[in-house]
Design a protein around this ligand. Structure first.
Ligand code: SAH
Length: 305
């Protein structure tokens, strides 16, 4: 844990926040600087996001100036403030407010004592894997999963691109007897997901009993024989990005059981037609969509023969 850190903070419009990570990483990479940890969150009653950049070393004011300029930020300081002996990971986690999606209340450890009655709490601490529930796509998937639990009874579920494991945990809560496979191309995400399964008392597989357990695997798309062994799946949720969703359309169809349901997310509204065009080439039929801001989740079905 780093016990000293340099910080620069300010407000930012949502459409600038979208480019923040890319711009800062690009500039840092070009100048050989270790990129800062970025924390960004919506502020109640304001269209502007609050953004903090945390640097392990004092950043050069020229570098800060170039960030401020590249993103056309107004009223941002060009000098970083020094925070002494502050646990900045805990600090950035404290700043992550909990979210509600369907029956779920997704929160960090710091909000574990604030769980509202009648909700199903899932604890995810901000860390190295994507998926604290704060992103529109994750929120949309949680909401769709919750709604589908009224009618679906899947035995076998795939969470493709599991990140923090949040959607797999939500699926486990909704269908405690189902077998769930959680996969990600990124090994760190799978490590984090496994920690989160334990933290949230989801049963990882201990015996040959598949029912009610979650398995996790590092895999690129469906490029592993395990998907053939564990599938076909009654329900697949894939919150990745439009590009991989298009590329994986044939593989996803193949691993979805006849009559099965697919939730696609990670695409922005302007990418909907491109994604649906790719899935038109398969047997899958779009049945629903949930839009949240500029993002959406699509629900598709594989017709029963
Ligand atoms: N399911 C989580 C995380 C979504 S972020 C949530 O809903 O919040 C997307 C995740 O997909 C990332 O963790 C990324 O590593 C993973 N990913 C990207 N491309 C992938 C691929 N080709 N195969 C498997 N996982 C992939």
């Amino acid at each position: 844990m780093i016990d000293q850190v340099w910080q620069i903070s300010g407000d930012m419009a949502e459409d600038t926040v979208i480019h923040l990570d890319e711009t800062v990483s690009f500039l840092a990479d070009r100048e050989g600087i270790e990129p800062p940890v970025i924390s960004a969150f919506e502020q109640e009653g304001s269209p502007l996001w609050r953004v903090d950049l945390f640097f392990a070393e004092k950043p050069d004011s020229g570098f800060l100036e170039r960030i401020v300029k590249a993103l056309a930020l107004e009223n941002w300081p060009h000098d970083a403030g020094y925070i002494e002996k502050r646990d900045w990971v805990a600090e950035s986690q404290r700043q992550q407010p909990p979210i509600r999606a369907g029956r779920f209340f997704v929160h960090g450890a710091h909000d574990a004592d604030k769980i509202p009655g009648g909700t199903d709490p899932i604890q995810i601490d901000a860390g190295q894997a994507f998926g604290t529930g704060r992103h529109e796509t994750t929120w949309a998937c949680l909401t769709v999963l919750d709604a589908l639990s009224e009618t679906l009874r899947p035995d076998c579920i795939l969470d493709l691109g599991t990140g923090s494991g949040l959607l797999a945990i939500a699926a486990h809560r909704l269908w405690p007897k189902a077998h769930i496979l959680a996969s990600d191309i990124d090994a760190t995400s799978i490590d984090v997901a496994c920690e989160n399964f334990i933290l949230n008392r989801a049963k990882t597989r201990l015996s040959r009993e598949r029912s009610g357990s979650i398995d996790a695997i590092v895999a690129d798309g469906l490029e592993d024989t395990i998907f053939g062994q564990e599938g076909p799946f009654d329900l697949i949720v894939a919150n990745i990005l439009a590009g991989p969703l298009i590329k994986l359309s044939g593989d996803i169809e193949r691993h979805l059981r006849t009559g099965g349901t697919l939730i696609l997310s990670g695409l922005m509204t302007f990418q909907t037609d491109d994604v649906l065009d790719a899935y038109k080439k398969t047997s899958l039929q779009p049945v629903d969509r949930l839009v949240k801001g500029e993002w959406l989740a699509l629900t598709l079905q594989k017709p029963a023969k």
